[in-house]
Ligand binder design. Structure first.
Ligand code: GRF
Length: 207
């Protein structure tokens, strides 16, 4: 089993989905940069150490990321999973963990990086939207794509209805991507991920 930490900032529904998925992963800690992150409860409920490092108490982004690195190293993590972690990581952090740092983003990247992706999708009038699990590189919301899921954008959608349709898919594809990683089935070549022997298509269309 590989040892993983999950970084989060809020609700934690993706953390919950990962913990419930029965993955070949030992979750050794959940770390939040916000002490009040509701998602930490999902870790506590399973006796997984829930650590909060309040970023406001550190003098700089670099100092905070160093503290984060210390916690990760102390836990002996081989994989770092970002699950609603709402803080930009320093280049030093990303480079240190490149290839074993994975994120989920609520859009079909490279479309709509950044925040408020559902609002942006509605404003553009796209007819298909979705979510992406990807390896993290220093460029924000960019990096080799592991899996994506797509959902239709419906005529009366609001950002909220669209977000909840996407979230259902997030909870399916994130555990799958982490399973593939844990099984050593993700091979990156020329910035593109190949999944060795996937049990189903790498892209999931959900209609
Ligand atoms: C998700 O939409 C995820 O894609 C994005 O932040 C949100 C986190 O939700 N990165 P949750 O905290 O996992 O419920």
């Amino acid at each position: 089993m590989i040892r993983a930490v999950v970084l989060l900032s809020g609700r934690g529904s993706n953390l919950k989905a990962l913990l419930e998925a029965d993955l070949p992963v030992q979750f050794i800690a959940a770390i939040s940069n916000r002490p009040d992150a509701a998602g930490l409860e999902f870790a506590r409920a399973r006796n997984i150490p829930a650590i909060s490092l309040d970023h406001k108490t550190y003098p700089s982004r670099e100092a905070f990321d160093q503290a984060l690195i210390q916690e990760i190293e102390k836990a002996g993590a081989e994989l770092i999973i970002l699950a609603g972690y709402m803080r930009i990581l320093t280049k030093a952090f990303v480079e240190r963990y490149q290839g074993r740092l994975i994120n989920i983003h609520p859009s079909l990247l490279p479309a709509f990086p950044g925040l408020r992706t559902h609002e942006a999708a509605l404003a553009e009038g796209v007819k298909i939207h979705g979510c992406t699990v990807h390896f993290v590189t220093p460029e924000l919301d960019h990096g080799p794509i592991i899996i994506q899921a797509a959902v239709p954008v419906l005529p009366n959608d609001t950002a909220e209805t669209l977000a909840s349709r996407v979230l259902v898919e997030e909870h399916k594809i994130y555990p799958l991507a982490i399973k593939w990683f844990a099984e050593g089935r993700l091979v990156i070549s020329d910035g593109v991920v190949n999944v060795m022997n996937p049990e189903r298509s790498q892209s999931v269309l959900s209609y």
